[in-house]
Design a protein around this ligand. Sequence first.
Ligand code: RP5
Length: 168
Amino acid sequence: MALKVLIVMGSDSDFDQLVPAVTVLDELGVACEVHVASAHRSPDRVLELARSARAGGFGVVLAAAGGAAHLAGVIAANTTLPVVAVPIAVGTLGGLDALLSSVQMPGGVPIASVGIGGGRNAGLFAAAILSATEPAIEARLETFRARQVEKVSEADARVRAKLAASKS
Ligand code: RP5
């Protein structure tokens, strides 16, 4: 059975920024499971999710948190699956704190990170990781990329048509 994506967010207030991850995974036919669990408010639950992830059929974890974000690091400390942080745009620093917490992990337990509020890219990256062992996901990613090429070409045509119209 194809591996799934485990999505964990520190609070339900993070949910809106994770919707693009769920949407793009759905578009790519990648199964995911979404949970709220906090590294500081419900630490036992985070450990449970992380430690059971591989046996539960997951191949990658997306960990979304804002503020002094340590969710991704704590999950990575409790599984050898790849963990991708999604720094959430929240609070006085607007997500910069979460971004730095994510990319400045001390050596030995690495995590990857997308940009602040990068839910969609996180979903795409998770699919890319799973595509290494799942040809069906690779094929859907190829189609997704080809469609992007078409969209850029359509945008090019629109802009050129607007320019031409403005000159006539
Ligand atoms: C973090 O604190 C969560 O991931 C969230 O981004 C932030 C604020 O959480 P709430 O106070 O809205 O629950 O742990």
